[in-house]
Design a protein around this ligand. Structure first.
Ligand code: NAD
Length: 489
């Protein structure tokens, strides 16, 4: 077994911004401490970029764009494949950076986040030299060629729950398509992508093609959203901030905005789901993975009344077996939340659960923990108007309701401003298909939770946003279709 604590002592976090191929401090010298939520230790004092830094990064990206866009798809593929290899060669370091910075389990970052990031990058690298243009069937005596052109400078603004992987979801297709990128990580978790930017140079990416501007959302993020020379923003984060990006675009240059926002995903369990133990395992995975800090977390459980009590007792039994503690221990199954502040926010919803609902598992702060970022898992039966039922918590808190009929289940599941994901459990094939078809969600998983692959589009309906990450469809966000008419005569 890897001694992650020993390895962690060898990690040297990068703390400057990365602009035009170089590590640079913020123009005004400001810095933000990056804190390990598991211990409270300051890992690094990271450059806090403001408008001037964003200007420099966008200018570098603009200068680099024509050269990168003019490379052949095969050349871009070679560079990005090399970067995927470098991610693999530096996997332990990257896994540790995300684990230390965001409190994520090393058993997840080393087996899911980092290998997944390399695989996604590889997939887009290998895709891009197989993407053909079109000839339109006009039926006229001339030729209409339809080609995909890169947009120019893409700003990618990402959250802290999967710091490296969320960045790669954006950066990989954007770079493969020939754009240059200015990436703004969340202030809570900038360290892995600062290292990624260095590795990109080592892989042969030209200077200025990938820039990283760590900093506060209302400063660096806002400056990117309002920048007149950014062609598109691809954002993953909360719905309120997603709405701000739409406003920034309207106030500035009408840049394209692609939003992957929050969710309140329904997990619908019918009484004809025979293996309730497997359902209970899925329910726990759906809400307690990454301590509930997952946009598509199945945070609403809808159970057909005859199996409600049995399922809740199985789910709470499994939830009690969660081993909370040190994220660097491979036997831990739930670490801290990303910060004390996020834990306080989550605990305010636990209070709502106690005030408005009935606790199956009471949750609350983990008293003996080294920091205030640890929160116990909790489960509450609540009414349809409870804020716990309607609002995204982004923590290990499950809200439950019973239903009687299929129609009622569908109506309850769809009664949400969000529409990111949903699950259906049933051993009736026809019911599973019927209900899956009626659920308003970007991804529906049948007899499983949160199914995901690089080959399938990911994104939401409603206020979960629009545009899709992953799959070939992600390339739609980073390219514009161009028609060239050629007159034969
Ligand atoms: P957040 O919206 O607070 O922050 C996301 C990013 O936006 C960060 O980089 C942040 O610095 C920046 N930002 C914050 N305020 C800003 C402002 N005023 N102007 C410009 N930029 C600003 O989200 P978070 O707390 O980092 O992450 C949790 C949220 O992300 C949850 O709502 C979750 O559902 C969502 N999320 C969605 C997906 C998805 O694919 N749909 C995936 C992961 C997380």
């Amino acid at each position: 077994m890897t001694d992650w604590h020993a390895l962690a002592r060898t990690v040297e976090p990068r703390s400057d911004a990365f602009i035009d191929g170089k590590a640079v401090p913020a123009a005004d010298g400001r810095r933000i401490p990056s804190i390990n939520p598991a211990t409270g230790a300051v890992l690094a004092s990271v450059a806090a970029c403001g408008e001037e830094d964003v200007d420099r990064a966008v200018a570098a990206a603009r200068r680099a764009f024509p050269g990168w866009a003019a490379t052949s798809p095969g050349e871009r593929k070679t560079v990005l494949l090399r970067l995927a290899e470098l991610i693999r060669e530096n996997a332990d370091e990257l896994a540790l950076l995300d684990s230390l910075d965001a409190g994520k389990l090393i058993s997840d970052t080393s087996t899911i986040d980092v290998p997944g990031s390399a695989a996604i990058l590889q997939w887009y690298a290998e895709t891009i030299d197989k993407a053909y243009g079109e000839i339109a069937p006009t039926g006229r005596g001339d030729l209409a060629l339809v080609s995909r052109e890169p947009l120019g400078v893409v700003a990618a603004v990402v959250p802290w729950n999967y710091p490296l992987e969320m960045a790669i979801w954006k950066v990989a297709p954007a770079l493969a398509a020939g754009n240059s990128v200015v990436l703004k990580p969340a202030e809570e978790s900038p360290l892995s992508v600062l290292r990624l930017a260095e590795l990109a140079i080592e892989a042969g990416l030209p200077e200025g093609v990938l820039n990283v501007v760590p900093g506060l959302g209302p400063e660096a993020g806002r400056a990117l959203g309002l920048h007149p020379d950014v062609d598109a923003v691809t954002f993953t984060g909360s719905t309120p901030v997603g709405k701000m990006f739409l406003q920034y675009a309207g106030q500035s240059n009408m840049k394209q905005v692609w939003l992957e926002c929050g969710g309140k995903s329904a997990n619908v369990v019918f009484a004809d789901a025979v293996d309730l133990d497997a359902v209970a395992a899925g329910v726990c995975f759906g809400i307690f993975t990454n301590a509930g800090q997952v946009c598509s977390a199945n945070s609403r459980l809808l159970v057909q009344r005859p199996v409600l009590d049995q399922l809740l007792s199985l789910v709470s039994e499994k939830a009690r077996q969660i081993r909370q503690g040190d994220p660097l221990s491979e036997t831990t199954t739930m670490g801290p939340l990303v910060s004390d502040a996020q834990a306080a926010r989550v605990l305010s919803y636990v209070e709502i659960g106690h005030a408005e609902g009935r606790a199956t598992l009471p949750g609350g702060p983990r008293e003996e923990a080294p920091t205030k970022a640890y929160v116990n898992p909790s489960i509450f039966e609540v009414g349809p108007e409870s804020r716990l039922w309607r609002e995204e918590v982004f923590g290990p808190v499950l809200a439950v309701q019973a239903f009687d009929s299929e129609d009622e289940a569908v109506a309850m599941a769809n009664d949400s401003i969000y529409g990111l994901a949903a699950s259906v459990w049933s051993d009736s094939l026809s019911r599973a298909h019927r209900v899956a078809g009626r659920l308003r969600a970007g991804t529906v998983s049948v007899n499983t939770v949160d199914a995901l692959d690089v080959t399938t589009p990911f994104g939401g309906f409603g206020q979960s946003g629009f545009g899709r990450d992953l799959s070939l469809h992600a390339l739609d966000k980073f390219t514009a279709l161009k028609t060239t008419w050629v007159n034969y005569r």
